[in-house]
Design a protein around this ligand. Sequence first.
Ligand SMILES: *[C@@H]1O[C@H](CO)[C@@H](O)[C@H](O)[C@H]1NC(C)=O
Ligand SMILES: *[C@@H]1O[C@H](CO)[C@@H](O)[C@H](O)[C@H]1NC(C)=O
Ligand SMILES: *[C@@H]1O[C@H](CO)[C@@H](O)[C@H](O)[C@H]1NC(C)=O
Ligand SMILES: *[C@@H]1O[C@H](CO)[C@@H](O)[C@H](O)[C@H]1NC(C)=O
Ligand SMILES: *[C@@H]1O[C@H](CO)[C@@H](O)[C@H](O)[C@H]1NC(C)=O
Ligand SMILES: *[C@@H]1O[C@H](CO)[C@@H](O)[C@H](O)[C@H]1NC(C)=O
Length: 592
Amino acid sequence: MLPQVTVFLFLLHSSLSVMCPYMCECALDDRGRYEIVCRRGEMSNPIPVGQMDSGTEVIKIIPSEEHPNHLTIGPIFKELQHLEELHITNSFIPAIGIHPFWGVPALRYLNLTHNNITTVLESNFKGLFNLQELYLDYNKIESIPSGAFMHLSDLKVLSLSHNRISKLSPRLFLKLSKLKSLDLSYNDLVEFGPEIFKDVRDLREFKCRSCGLENINPMMYSILADLTYLDLGYNQLKYLSADELQDLKKLETLLLDGNHFPVILEKSFSSQFNLQVLCLQKNRLAKVTTTAFVNLTKLIELDISYNKLDRLEIATFDPIESSLRDLKVSGNNIPLPDVKYVLDKLVKLRALSIADMNYTTIPKGLFKMNAHMKFLNLSGNNLQDIHNLLYQSNLKLTDLDLSRNKFKGFDEKMSNRLDTIENLYLGSNPFICDLCDVGSMVSRVNISDAFKTALCYEPEHLRDRKIGEISFSEFDWCVAGPRDAGIGIGSLTRETSIGFMFAVVLIVLVSSILVISACLYTRKHAAYYYTHEEKRAAAQTTGERETIFSTNGITVIDGLLTKSKKTVTIATIDEITKDPELQILSSANNNI
Ligand SMILES: *[C@@H]1O[C@H](CO)[C@@H](O)[C@H](O)[C@H]1NC(C)=O
Ligand SMILES: *[C@@H]1O[C@H](CO)[C@@H](O)[C@H](O)[C@H]1NC(C)=O
Ligand SMILES: *[C@@H]1O[C@H](CO)[C@@H](O)[C@H](O)[C@H]1NC(C)=O
Ligand SMILES: *[C@@H]1O[C@H](CO)[C@@H](O)[C@H](O)[C@H]1NC(C)=O
Ligand SMILES: *[C@@H]1O[C@H](CO)[C@@H](O)[C@H](O)[C@H]1NC(C)=O
Ligand SMILES: *[C@@H]1O[C@H](CO)[C@@H](O)[C@H](O)[C@H]1NC(C)=O
């Protein structure tokens, strides 16, 4: 029904009017409005408004960056009484000029991004009393005088990002009382006084990403108390006092990534009852206090990745335990047992990023409590084997990022599990392209795009070729040469695996004895080695960390007996495997 109406209207329209500039395309847009789109580029003055139909509702002069126009605009749009939406981008427009839109009363949406505009004046916007959205991003605007937007009394969205504004004139936003969204990102503002916001108290969304801000006057927050979205990412903010955000009770998204916060203090967000997304990525956080997230009972997404954290306090996650769905802790130095604690608590988690953490193995049962997990980012670790992950039957992943690890190939069983994952990423792994390492991937290139496009690392003559583009006869059976012990037994041939198993049993026996005696003699040294004891000693003496947990039935006691200064530590399997000397032992253990 609807498409037919649209077609009919279109025919009606095109039969009534044949006016269309020859270098443009004219049609109805998806909302049924008469639209002229000029993409061709290298257009120069004048803009062919004379060839445009007087019923035109949308004009898009949007060449590519490679073929820009050279245009100026003046009072040329007067005939277009129905013009609602105008885009002129990549056209080196130097200035908006004196009321070019006077007598174009229907204009609601103006996009002049990617031009050469250096200043904006009050006279530019006369007559635009219905304008709702104004985009001036990616220009060269250096200054804007007070009251420049005073004719835009209905404006809801103002976007001035990627300009060269270094100072906000007083009363810059005069008469913009309906403004809901303001973007000043990527200007070198360094600072602004809170009074500038008195004219835009109704603001819901404020972005000043990469504005060079060193501090914020908290008065701003009390003026902008209706904000739901605040982006102050990539500034130079160093300190967030505990009550700083107390007026922002409606906040839903808060982005503070790329700043210099060293710590998240207690109860910093205790008034943000509605917060759903909190991003603290790439700060200098060495500590997140246990009460940092108090009252964030609606938090869905938390990103604390790429900081300097070397532990997670389980109590930190108490308030967000039942709401959190997406946790990103990548690029910190957090021991896997800490992550395990938190995972056991966050049973509703759907997405986890633990990339760039130098993990060498995924222990059995890491995700035992996380049956809802769909997205897992393990990229940039030192993994060679993920049997423990894939054989966890309650885990039904749709997205798995294993790129930048140490995978050399996958055995039949692993490939069989991996090819069911919708979005699998395998880039930058040292795949050995012979049949005993990647044979199971080769046989699935038509099922799995990730296998098809995985790049070989060895042998050298196949390096950087896609597995799916190598013909079967080019693969050797097994490329000769020493193997790291980490590779799965499953990828070896039958004959060798029996001998291998025997050897493994022997090694296990002998090295168990060695390990036990080594432990007895060098317990103190071992404790230091495995748990960064010196870093923790300070915290432990203050009694902050006294925890006991159990993985795989192996009980780990960490930080107990702190009073006597001597710490007893029994390392977990995965801690052992960080030690290259013991890796052979433990991976053999895992495989049996
Ligand atoms: C403005 O136009 C450019 C070029 O077509 C487009 O990429 C951009 O998304 C538009 N911006 C808005 C806010 O419509
Ligand atoms: C754009 O502005 C710069 C100065 O900001 C000027 O050097 C350049 O020539 C202008 N480009 C065009 C095509 O007008
Ligand atoms: C958490 O919210 C409650 C109201 O729901 C409030 O009484 C309490 O003071 C808040 N906690 C903190 C630490 O501010
Ligand atoms: C991982 O190891 C590399 C090399 O030893 C080191 O440079 C990096 O900082 C480590 N990353 C983390 C998160 O500990
Ligand atoms: C996984 O994390 C890495 C590093 O943070 C990131 O570059 C990559 O885009 C992430 N993968 C996915 C699928 O989001
Ligand atoms: C994948 O498909 C191609 C073309 O259809 C076919 O030639 C090739 O034998 C298939 N490979 C496998 C392993 O089934």
